[in-house]
Design a protein around this ligand. Structure first.
Ligand code: ZN
Length: 298
């Protein structure tokens, strides 16, 4: 058995996988938005329940919305800001009396898809998450690549490649830079694009639902696909993965898998492109599954 915990902005989810990768136990609770100690207490409660219900006694993998500094083990860049500059691994190790592995949540998503999901059997897998923001993770031979700065795969905060004139303006990113990919190919970006053209502020799922009857909705997605192709071409030119698995809300859109690959030969340096663009297999449970797979040998 393996125990994984997905520490997210709204919920903390814990799950136990058996050796086949099936979830055999699962529980969740709300994430405290204000208190670090409450997060430690919440995780402790979930682990105590898991141990009582299943007899689990092994180490624990945890996915979090941030990364860990190599130098001193503290968390950085977490959207749950009270995690930042805290030594989560040591604090949990003390609270739970077991070994802990921490990994960025995008890396956990990619790991789950690489081990027994859409990228199963592939040596180099890139996970590209298109949700509220745009995250990314790299898994090579079944191991997540964290990077010396803890940001490997964070393609969302690179500038959009091959920009056209009007893409230079009005794309300030929360990270402090301007023109970040996240401001073009996330769910938030699609909603903003639709709002800029129509004045209607509606969620991306509703825009997708009108695609056959609303020309602006159709255009917004055509532009998204062009920007996504440019981003994916840059990823292929950099690490040349066998598979790119999409995650997040936009990954449910079938048209992306049909419309984006034909745009790649114009952009990618090699003219024959073997890289597959695939839908995720594990959906919402990828975070917690990937956290559990941080202990592959248990
Ligand atoms: Zn940014």
């Amino acid at each position: 058995m393996r125990l994984g915990i997905d520490l997210g902005g709204t919920k903390i989810e814990a799950a136990i996988l058996n050796n086949n990768g099936d979830i055999i136990w699962k529980k969740r609770q709300k994430t405290s938005k204000s208190s670090y100690d409450d997060i430690i207490a919440g995780i402790t409660e979930l682990v105590t329940d898991a141990r009582q219900d299943t007899g689990f006694a092994g180490p624990i993998g945890i996915g979090l919305p941030g990364s860990t500094r190599k130098s001193n083990g503290t968390t950085q860049g977490a959207s749950l800001t009270h995690l930042n500059n805290r030594d989560l691994k040591s604090d949990l190790k003390q609270a739970l009396n077991t070994d802990i592995r921490l990994e960025n949540d995008a890396n956990c998503f990619t790991l789950s898809e690489a081990i027994d999901g859409a990228g199963k059997g592939c040596g180099v897998v890139f996970g590209l998450i298109l949700g509220t923001g745009c995250g990314g993770g790299i898994v090579i031979n079944g191991k997540p690549v964290s990077g010396i700065n803890g940001i490997a795969g964070e393609v969302g905060h690179n500038p959009l490649p091959w920009p056209i004139t009007d893409e230079y303006l009005n794309h300030d990113c929360w990270c402090g830079n301007s023109g970040c990919i996240e401001t073009f190919i996330s769910g938030t970006a699609v909603s903003k694009d639709y709002y800029d053209r129509t004045g209607a502020n509606i969620p991306v799922e509703d825009i997708a639902a009108r695609i056959n009857t609303d020309l602006v909705a159709q255009s917004v997605f055509q532009v998204l696909e062009d920007r996504l192709a440019r981003t994916i071409a840059m990823i292929i030119n950099m690490i040349d993965p066998e598979v790119i698995v999409l995650g997040g809300g936009l990954s449910n859109l079938d048209r992306l898998y049909q419309n984006v690959p034909p745009k790649l030969p114009r952009l990618v340096f090699s003219k024959e492109i073997e890289t597959k663009l695939l839908k995720p297999q594990h959906g919402d449970s990828s975070g917690v599954r990937g956290a559990a797979w941080l202990w592959p040998d248990e």
